[in-house]
Design a protein around this ligand. Structure first.
Ligand code: GLU
Length: 561
């Protein structure tokens, strides 16, 4: 067959050659060892936590090596595309420190635009480029047209699926597929011409030359040495609208855009034989690959499951709503990605995670387990090391969006809010009350009358004793007292009511007392804060002031008639 003539017949509108295209994508001028990586999402919805993984790795490896990190929008499946998803994902990724040097960016009007010399970065804009390479493959007898219509293909797929369920005779099925494929391969120029003249749509398939009995050896930078059978499936390169499949677009784009490391989810690993074949057909150098393990979660029965789209914690935008600070999420991702991150972090508490020497060899080969408890621990540590001012700024931004009432309370008296947030901050062992901004109101809301309520029970003692404690406290309370004087007065109340003021004495002979000074403090604490657990009570009283302290205690006494 005259493949040249076939190529011309199929792609008369494509006048450029691959060499013409290549000339527009010269090799990048980068220092030795610099990595070029990309994130290549399909704009089909929100950013999944699992997407933050490969993108963080890609960002780190590029920027750590003085390379380039770019964003490519893989919008070849128009049916699945969601309006505004591309814009949304650029914004979300930026929140998590995933900033691109090049590729699809948001312009001033908030629309997706291109930045960089290796574009367009939206696959739907690259039709003629893919067609140029497809034409070349046809010319070389490595690809061919297939006039099965999309409906027929859909139908075929349905039938195959149904058969897969019923038919367990895999051998027979493989043979029938093979026969079908070989039938597709034999056609005449006249037939092609007839189809084209009749305006029939066609797809372009690769003419697979693999022998599944033979193995391809391959090294994945995460998974290690892998072997898989050569590809013998004539998979589709170009769909009937001239838009490529993922496989073809991946080969053409990553080659032209100079990607050195393809970092993607491990769900793409089974497609690798196809990609290896394609790169070789096209005469492109194969990039290095890293297939990142999927994120798992534990289900109710303690079994590992993939963190799916609908699971809590999957949608990155939820983290904002839940009040996680992006630094915490990023750091959590690092602990999951690199087994030695925590050790490094413990030694470099004041350094940002971007200074951590990220190491491919320390990555987990199997799935990482997503765990909110661990995220909360990481987050508490981060928030505990921020300054009170820093916490105030971030907390008010979050509250303005998600809890305007609380935001108003915070901003109506910034000085007081900062004082509250300063409690237990600084020093070697800072308090770790907050994992999220949403934890702040339950923790500190009681300072504000608007949110104050007696939430906890008083410790189980006679109400007369509790009332007497509160009355005695009011009698001697003086706002100007130093902490020691203030506490001595509470101890005196303990003694006067038959409670131990000295913990040693209490421990030696608990029977001799009704209780101890901690119980007495707890009565006062519940009256003033509404809680059994609250920050240092002396400091609390200093912040809310004498008037409010007295008013709250009196109000409690009044309820105890
Ligand atoms: N568009 C593909 C996806 O969203 C990209 C995979 C890749 O990074 O190559 O899964």
């Amino acid at each position: 067959m005259d493949f040249n003539a076939l190529a011309e017949m199929l792609f008369p509108h494509i006048t450029e050659t691959p060499a013409d295209v290549e000339a527009k994508y010269p090799p990048r001028n980068l220092p030795e060892g610099a990595k070029v990586t990309r994130f290549a999402p399909s704009p089909t919805g929100f950013v999944h936590f699992g997407g933050l993984f490969p993108s963080t790795v890609a960002e780190r490896l590029a920027h750590q090596s003085g390379g380039v990190f770019y964003l490519r929008i893989e919008d070849t499946d128009a049916k699945r595309e969601v309006e505004g998803a591309a814009e949304g994902l650029i914004k979300t990724l930026a929140t998590y420190g995933i900033n691109f040097d090049e590729g699809a960016i948001l312009d001033e009007s908030g629309k997706v635009a291109d930045k960089g010399a290796y574009g367009p970065y939206k696959q739907s804009m690259r039709g003629p480029i893919y067609q140029t390479f497809a034409k070349q493959l046809v010319r070389e007898g490595k690809a061919y047209p297939c006039f099965t219509t999309e409906e027929e293909l859909d139908e075929l797929q349905q039938v195959n699926k149904k058969e897969e369920i019923k038919n367990t005779d895999w051998q027979a099925e493989a043979e029938s597929r093979r026969a079908e494929m070989l039938a597709r391969r034999s056609f005449t120029m006249e037939e092609v011409k007839e189809h084209l003249d009749a305006g029939h749509p066609f797809v372009v398939r690769i003419l697979a030359n693999g022998d599944p009995e033979k193995k391809v050896k391959f090294t994945d930078l995460v998974k290690g040495a892998i072997e898989f059978p050569e590809n013998d499936e004539d998979f589709v390169l170009l769909k009937s609208d001239g838009i490529p499949t993922y496989h073809f677009a991946h080969a053409v784009d990553d080659h032209l855009m100079g990607t050195t490391h393809v970092i993607r989810g491990e769900e793409w690993l089974p497609s690798l034989p196809k990609h290896v074949q394609l790169f070789s057909y096209l005469g492109f150098k194969l990039p290095k690959y890293m297939h990142i393990a999927q994120i798992m979660r534990l289900d109710e029965n303690g079994n590992k499951k993939k963190l799916s789209k609908r699971d809590m914690g999957a949608n990155m935008d939820d983290y904002t709503r839940m009040g996680y600070s992006p630094e915490a999420v990023c750091e959590y991702v690092m602990t999951l990605l690199n087994s030695n991150y925590e050790e490094w972090h413990a030694k470099n508490l004041d350094k940002p995670y971007t200074e951590f020497p990220f190491n491919i060899k320390k990555m987990s080969v199997s799935g990482c387990l997503f765990d909110f408890n661990k995220l909360n621990d990481v987050s508490k540590n981060i928030l505990s090391r921020m300054t009170a001012e820093g916490v105030y700024e971030k907390l008010t931004v979050w509250a303005s969006a998600f809890d305007p009432d609380f935001a108003e309370a915070l901003t109506s008296d910034k000085e007081m809010a900062v004082k509250i947030l300063s409690i237990g901050r600084g020093g070697k062992k800072p308090r770790k009350d907050l994992a999220t901004w949403a934890d702040a109101k339950p923790y500190m809301g009681f300072f504000y009358d608007k949110f104050f309520a007696i939430e906890d029970e008083y410790p189980a003692f006679d109400q007369d004793i509790i009332k007497a404690t509160l009355e005695k406290f009011l009698e001697t309370y003086n706002y100007a007292d130093e902490m020691n004087v203030w506490f001595d007065k509470i101890k005196a109340i303990a003694d006067s009511l038959g409670f131990a003021s000295d913990m040693k004495a209490y421990k030696a002979n608990p029977e001799a007392f009704k209780g101890n000074v901690a119980d007495i403090s707890a009565f006062i604490r519940v009256a003033v804060t509404g809680k059994q657990n609250a920050p240092d009570l002396y400091t609390v009283m200093q912040i809310i002031g004498e008037e409010k302290t007295r008013a709250r205690i009196s109000a409690q006494i009044d309820t105890m008639k």
